[in-house]
Design a protein around this ligand. Structure first.
Ligand code: TYD
Ligand code: MG
Length: 456
């Protein structure tokens, strides 16, 4: 038995210290060190017996080629979810689903569990957050009560592991990893050591008996998955579930996937009966399929690590006062002034005695220069009352000389536009090669304006 020894673990980065300190030497955060005790050797709940160790010491090499057939992915039947996983869940894989509280992680996973169970997979749903009655009530409201899912409310890791070893499941859902607690680690529930130990044991079990495990992970205020990054390294896939407050739309996005691409997204709409899949999300941005109004343009932007499409709306009206108004929502007023000046000086498009309003839909803020071209085209469209093509996105930076510059991650923006149902893009000339959708590239703003608004 190993001697109990105190260690101090940073709750922010997971760095381990021998002595308490006010500041973590690893990440520089203050007051994040918490005392924890280890009484287990690294690597498992129980100490390895000498026999096992000697067997472990004999390393066996294998060939790259496998004699067994590649395991077939388990298709859960929730298409948007399956696609983000890379075409279904790989048997024996561990997936972490992260998202803000209330975004709908439990709802999504209950639907995944029910759908998979109805496809004759053996599924367990283990909740450490809600009582069985609460989950039953939700399943009833969503019309899933008849699905043969094995439901349990449990937080003790040992009990869960024993049950999963006794009965072999295809898919196990753990909601959430922060509520689990292992008696082998003397640290508070939800602490870095507990989360790390519990995730480690579950991943090991997943690999050993080919049970796929989906874990819910909470995110902190800063948007990071609580607990050390090490959990993200342990699992095979990390999917984040995101949604803007006040909107029913939810996006499931892969940020890591050992078995598939990470630029796939799944789109859902939260309703009274749970999440509805949105197979054609362009509807969210284009309304009911009519021609888009003049003054509106869709910007293919990047928010942090993720591409997002946003509608930019402009309104130009005759000014009633001597000094015309320039008002912005979600946009920088200095950049609006610059764009208006470039339009006037380089393209001969004047807004002199007119009020100009620029609004970014959905309460978003665009701060990247890649939005310049979109704002400029929305403004010209509003001025001339000529709408832009319906299914086109716009991005590109405008220089003071009136040139259109290419921007970073053009391919990611185009892929997102394609995924969301757009079929063309207006951007810098240099992006046109190898693009996944039709690109109308321009080198100067005046070319773009004269080509898109010939009669204006
Ligand atoms: P939940 O799945 O509990 O979120 P999480 O597990 O990520 O914390 O979802 C909670 C929210 O979803 C809650 O605010 C209510 C809403 N919701 C609906 O709008 N419709 C529904 O059918 C369900 C089940 C939840
Ligand atoms: Mg939940």
């Amino acid at each position: 038995m190993a001697r109990d020894s105190a260690i101090y673990v940073c709750q922010s980065c997971g760095n381990v210290h021998n002595k308490w300190a006010g500041q973590c030497g690893g990440c520089g955060q203050w007051n994040t060190l918490v005392q924890e005790t280890y009484n287990t050797p690294p690597g498992g709940l129980k100490a390895e017996t000498p026999g096992k160790i000697s067997r472990l010491n004999q390393l066996q090499f294998e060939t790259l080629e496998s004699e067994d057939a590649i395991p077939v992915r388990m298709v859960t039947g929730i298409d948007e979810f399956d696609r983000v996983c890379g075409g279904g869940v790989v048997p024996g894989s561990a997936i972490l689903i992260a998202g803000d509280p209330g975004v709908g992680k439990s709802t999504l996973l209950l639907q995944v569990a029910a759908s998979a169970a109805l496809k004759n997979l053996k599924v367990a749903y283990i909740s450490g957050e809600e009582a069985v009655e609460q989950i039953r009530g939700r399943a009833g409201r969503m019309g899933l009560a008849k699905a043969p899912v094995d439901l349990a409310a449990e937080t003790a890791l040992r009990t869960i592991l024993e049950a999963l070893k006794r009965e072999k499941f295809d898919l196990v859902i753990i909601d959430s990893i922060q509520t689990l607690w292992s008696d082998a680690v003397e640290a508070a529930q939800g602490s870095v050591s507990q989360v790390r130990a519990c995730a480690g044991e579950l991943v090991r079990l997943a690999k050993k008996q080919s049970t796929s495990i989906i874990m819910v992970g909470h995110v902190t205020k800063e948007g990071q998955i609580a607990g050390p990054r090490v959990v993200e390294h342990m699992v095979d896939a990390v999917l984040s579930f995101e949604g803007e407050r006040g909107y029913p739309f939810r996006i499931l996005r892969g940020t890591k996937n050992r078995f598939g691409a990470t630029d796939e997204i799944g789109v859902f709409e939260m309703g009274d009966a749970g999440l509805r899949e949105v197979p054609n999300p362009s509807a969210l941005f284009l309304g009911d399929g009519h021609e888009r109004a003049s003054g509106s343009a869709v910007f293919a932007g990047i928010e942090g690590s993720r591409p997002v499409l946003v509608e930019v709306q402009a309104l130009v009206a005759p000014s009633a006062y001597g000094t015309p108004r320039r008002a912005v929502v979600g946009w920088d007023s200095g950049r609006l002034a610059m764009i208006l000046a470039v339009l006037e000086a380089r393209c001969g498009v004047g807004f002199g005695q007119k009020d100009v309003y620029l609004n970014v839909a959905g309460g978003l803020r665009i701060s990247e220069p890649a939005g310049d071209l979109c704002a400029a085209l929305a403004l010209v469209s509003a001025l001339t009352d000529v709408p832009l093509p319906r299914d086109c996105v716009v991005f590109g930076e405008i220089s003071l000389s009136g040139d259109i510059r290419s921007v970073s991650r053009a391919e990611g923006r185009l892929k997102e536009a394609l995924k969301l149902g757009f079929s063309s893009a207006v951007t810098a000339q240099s992006v046109a090669e190898n693009a996944p959708l039709q690109v109308r590239g321009f080198t100067t703003l005046v070319d773009a304006v004269t080509s898109l608004f010939p009669q204006g």
